[in-house]
Design a protein around this ligand. Structure first.
Ligand SMILES: CC(=O)N[C@H]1[C@@H](OP(=O)(O)OP(=O)(O)OC[C@H]2O[C@@H](n3ccc(=O)[nH]c3=O)[C@H](O)[C@@H]2O)O[C@H](CO)[C@@H](O)[C@@H]1O
Ligand SMILES: C=C(OP(=O)(O)O)C(=O)O
Length: 418
């Protein structure tokens, strides 16, 4: 298993290309299963979650061809077979193939995704959305078994909360249904809006993108399409945090200011300067960060996927910060690991009290999930001495060439293959 070895204390300076968004890519790859016409996706990041999702749709019979710029998916020969637990357990987003298979073939049998370090993450909202369109859904031997003998029928789906994944499931199912569907309490995340753009290019007719109420015409007449995915706002926010925590200056090439408004607001409160550049966004760190009060929320609120990274920054701020996690019940796995570097953090249920310290000290630490591991990288970049991060495969799920991008901006970071 690879390790990352970081010697902290270098100020980052340079330009970082922001890759395509993993969380936009995954539902778009699943959406390719909806149609017998080819879908060409550009700007997919080279990360292991994307490779896994492509592997999963290939197991259903999709033909996938890739070059450095584009991924072409031909799903004309797909059948609604079965992909085993071992293949899907590594990735929660594998649930996203359920709706396209059910919608297109009237039946699907998909393994329930495995547990997850950050919370229980049930899929009840996905299943209820499918039931609302007339599907029979049951759980049998760890598999979700769904059928709609005479096809799905358009209707009203009221989501109990704005779940990103359940909105994506509902959207894809509704595209196949007979008649119009209304989705209420839909998620407004840019990745949902980008899925709507992709589905629209494929022939779907959808109103209300970016709002809590979506209207889908149904009976989609599919056509061949190509779609360019949005840049990864979580990757951009992570590099913004890297500039901030090292007191450096980074140009986030391709990042979109409008996707990161709540994040940049917190950064500015912490004393970091941000301005739009010719090629994206420029972030300039402060001499000493100020503390912050952060609550994670659905978009456009502060994203849970950046909570850990901002906790690393708060650990070095000049004062005490409060960080509340409201989306996932167990997304504080990084707290004990940050403690190994000397961070002073007290947990009280969903709230972390972070008393900033003038310095952290390098130590060996363990990555536990994707964003928890990158928060340790950030802390390691700022800590005195050497930090060694184990279980780097968590990082590879969602960060394309993290070590190379950081090294090019002056970080002392080395990947050790073991
Ligand atoms: C691949 C992908 O896009 N992942 C993102 C997506 O995950 P994901 O789509 O899984 O997250 P959701 O928005 O669905 O989850 C939000 C909350 O709803 C709960 N819930 C969700 C579905 C359900 O059927 N029942 C239920 O109770 C979850 O446990 C969680 O507490 O959005 C999250 C919230 O922005 C991000 O952190 C993830 O990075
Ligand atoms: C939690 C994440 O991803 P997933 O939903 O795929 O586990 C993430 O990207 O931070």
């Amino acid at each position: 298993m690879d390790q990352l070895r970081i010697t902290g204390g270098n100020r980052l300076d340079g330009a970082v290309p922001i890759s395509g968004a993993k969380n936009a890519a995954l539902p778009q790859i699943a959406a390719a299963l909806l149609s017998p016409e080819a879908l060409e996706l550009t700007n997919l990041p080279r990360v292991s979650d994307v490779e896994n999702m492509l592997r999963i749709i290939a197991l259903y019979g999709a033909e996938v061809s890739r070059d450095s710029h584009r991924t072409r998916i031909d799903a004309s020969a797909v059948t609604p077979g079965e992909v085993d637990y071992d293949t899907v357990r590594r990735m929660r987003a594998s649930i996203l193939v359920l709706a396209p298979l059910l919608g297109r073939f009237g039946q699907a049998r998909v393994s329930l995704p495995g547990g997850c370090a950050i919370g229980a993450r049930p899929v009840d909202m996905h299943l209820k959305a499918l039931s609302a369109l007339g599907a029979d859904v049951s759980i049998e031997g760890g598999y979700i078994v769904a059928s709609a003998g005479s096809g799905l029928t358009g209707g009203r789906i009221v989501l109990p909360g704005p779940s990103v994944g359940a909105t994506e499931t509902a959207l894809m199912a509704a595209c196949c249904a007979r008649g119009e569907t209304e989705i209420l309490n839909a998620a407004r995340e840019p990745e949902v809006v980008d899925l709507i753009a992709c589905l629209s290019a494929m022939g779907a007719v959808i109103d209300g993108a970016g709002t809590h109420r979506l209207l889908i015409a149904g009976n989609t007449f599919w056509r061949a399409a190509s779609h360019h995915s949005i840049p990864d706002r979580v990757e951009a926010g992570t590099y913004a945090a890297a500039a901030a925590i090292t007191g450096g200056r980074l140009e986030l090439v391709g990042a979109r200011m409008e996707h990161l408004a709540s994040v940049f607001q917190v950064l500015e409160e912490m004393g970091v300067s941000i301005w739009p550049g010719d090629r994206g966004v420029v972030v300039n760190g402060a001499q000493r960060l100020k503390p912050a009060d952060i609550t994670t929320e659905p978009y456009p609120g502060f994203p849970t996927d950046l909570q850990a990274q901002f906790m690393a920054m708060a650990a070095l701020a000049d004062g005490a910060s409060l960080i509340r996690e409201t989306i996932f019940e167990n997304r504080f796995m990084h707290v004990p690991e940050l403690g190994r570097l000397g961070a002073d953090i007290t947990l009280n249920g969903p709230v972390a009290l972070v008393r900033g310290r003038p310095a952290l000290k390098g130590a060996p630490v363990m990555a536990t999930d994707l964003r928890a591991s990158v928060c340790l990288v950030l802390a390691g970049l700022a800590a005195e001495g050497e930090t060694v991060i184990n279980r780097v495969y968590h990082l590879d799920r969602g960060y394309e060439q993290l070590d190379r991008k950081l090294a090019q901006c002056g970080a002392k970071i080395e990947r050790i293959s073991r």
